[in-house]
Structure formats: C-alpha cells, structure tokens
Write a new protein. Structure first.
Length: 70
C-alpha cells in the first residue's frame, strides 16, 4: 500500500508540512517560491545576454579585421 504524500518543505534541516501552515506562513512560502522562479528566470536571461554580447563582440572583431585587410 502506498503512503499518502504530504506537501512538505525543509528549512534549516527541519521538515514542515505545508498543510499545517497558517495563512501568513503559506503567503511567505509563496513569496519565496515566486522569488526563486524569478531568480532562475533572471539567470536564464543573463545567460542569453552574455552569449548575445559575445556574439556581437565576435561579429565586431570580424568586421574590424576585414576592414584592416581591405
């Protein structure tokens, strides 16, 4: 027989049941989860920006080199 899965988070090595949290605690948890998603999204966007910048630097260097050769 499968055990019932409960919504549990671990904070400071202590497990807390989300079902047992009060409204304020659930709201704070929602903020933490939302901020985690935003941080991950910002990291993803930063990766894109860095790679894009490197692409433009490479393209600029190529253009400048071609100009010198001409």
């Amino acid at each position: 027989m499968a055990e019932k899965q409960t919504n549990v988070i671990t904070l400071d090595d202590i497990e807390y049941s989300i079902d047992d949290m009060n409204a304020t605690q659930k709201t704070l948890l929602a903020h933490v989860q939302d901020l985690e998603r935003k941080i991950n999204s910002a990291k993803f966007n930063l990766d894109q920006l860095v790679v894009g910048r490197e692409g433009f630097i490479t393209a600029l260097a190529k253009e400048l080199k071609q100009q010198e050769e001409a």
